[in-house]
Design a protein around this ligand. Structure first.
Ligand SMILES: [Fe+2]
Ligand SMILES: [Fe+2]
Length: 363
């Protein structure tokens, strides 16, 4: 009986037309006490004066076209040729990382969804006039330029398998993500503070590497995106700073909770239809090239602990003090673990990436 049941489940699994990677942990919802929603309602005016100011008016924003060959100009073909000449100097492993970053940006619908899961700050109608909803939409609109620019650049470079990349994007958006923020804006804004800084660092590093390989135009592209991420980091960290002022205990507990669960990368469910370990492989290359590393994770955490002056918080509850101690001690613990694993680490194997026509890259 058991075996029949087992095999019928396997059959069912096989017949499913769409089985991308899935979240495996328990999904907790609405963990913030409902009365705390009032905190966010009362911060409406504060957010207008302090958070919306970190958005840039569209007329003052850069657009992807500012960094790309102009298809309406006579010089278009020549500009594309130059772009492709420069791209020839960039190694395959660099392209793997740049493609992974682009795919992460292209899953933007997932991140807007994530923001709109948060109680008290979600966009209730799709065009809600609250400060929080205005931020959500305008943040998304600014972010939308990132994937757009990188996608067009990579298309023109001629170095990557666009169809495989496009499939990966479709799979990734279809999979979504559960950053384990539990509809809580406390957890949500801690997560976004961390993520904006993580993307600031990684785009900054792809800019630095492009420059080292002699491609100043690509360096400018990645650097410009990095500066948007920095501005977004400033806004999100300011929200959490305000929450600490209003509710230090609740905020430090949320910070510790988020760090115990670990900050999952937004694209950790990426899949190209072939490689089950695609995200791990991409992360290993990013780590090896120094674009985004375990050390960066510890550095970001340390930065946030300092930014929010967590060490100086007083008047916390017993649990609050434990949470404070945990997050303050965590950066050095992560670094120690990292140093130990680095000592044990051997050179990784070479694996093919479908994004670059199955050419092999060392992990
Ligand atoms: Fe971005
Ligand atoms: Fe961002």
């Amino acid at each position: 009986m058991a075996s029949t049941l087992g095999s019928s489940l396997v059959e069912k699994e096989k017949k499913k037309p769409f089985t991308p990677p899935r979240e495996v942990h328990v999904q907790v919802t609405h963990s913030m006490p409902p009365q705390k929603i009032e905190i966010f309602k009362s911060l409406e005016d504060w957010a207008e004066d302090n958070i919306l100011v970190h958005l840039k008016p569209v007329e003052k924003c850069w657009q992807p076209q500012d960094f790309l060959p102009d298809p309406a100009s006579d010089g278009f073909e020549e500009q594309v040729r130059e772009l492709r000449e420069r791209a020839k100097e960039l190694p395959d492993d660099y392209f793997v990382v740049l493609v992974g970053d682009m795919i992460t940006e292209e899953a933007l619908p997932t991140y807007q969804t994530m923001l709109n899961t948060l109680d008290g700050v979600r966009d209730e109608t799709g065009a809600s006039p609250t400060s929080w909803a205005i931020w959500n939409r305008a943040w998304t609109a600014e972010e939308n330029r990132h994937g757009d620019l990188l996608n067009k650049y990579l298309y023109l470079s001629g170095r990557v398998d666009m169809r495989q990349i496009e499939k990966t994007i479709q799979y990734l958006i279809g999979s979504g993500m559960d950053p384990r923020t539990e509809n809580s804006p406390y957890l949500g804004f801690i997560y976004t503070s961390f993520q904006e800084r993580a993307t600031f660092i990684s785009h900054g590093n792809t800019a630095r590497l492009a420059k080292e390989h002699g491609d100043l135009k690509l360096a400018q592209i990645c650097g410009t995106i990095a500066s948007d991420e920095k501005r977004h980091e400033t806004a999100y960290t300011k929200i959490v700073e305000k929450l600490i002022e209003i509710d230090p205990d609740g905020t430090v507990l949320a910070f510790a909770d988020m760090m115990r669960k670990k900050i999952s990368m937004p694209a950790h469910l990426m899949y190209d239809g072939r490689e089950d370990n695609l995200f791990e492989n991409f992360s290993a290359v990013a780590q090896r090239l120094g674009v985004y590393t375990a050390k960066d994770y510890a550095d970001i955490l340390e930065f946030l602990v300092g930014r929010w002056k967590v060490e100086d918080l007083t008047g916390l509850s017993g649990d609050g003090r434990k949470a404070q101690e945990y997050v303050c001690g965590l950066p050095s613990r992560i670094r120690r673990l990292e140093e130990r694993s680095m000592m044990r680490a051997k050179a990784g194997p070479k694996v093919p990436f479908s994004w670059i026509f199955d050419r092999e890259v060392q992990l």
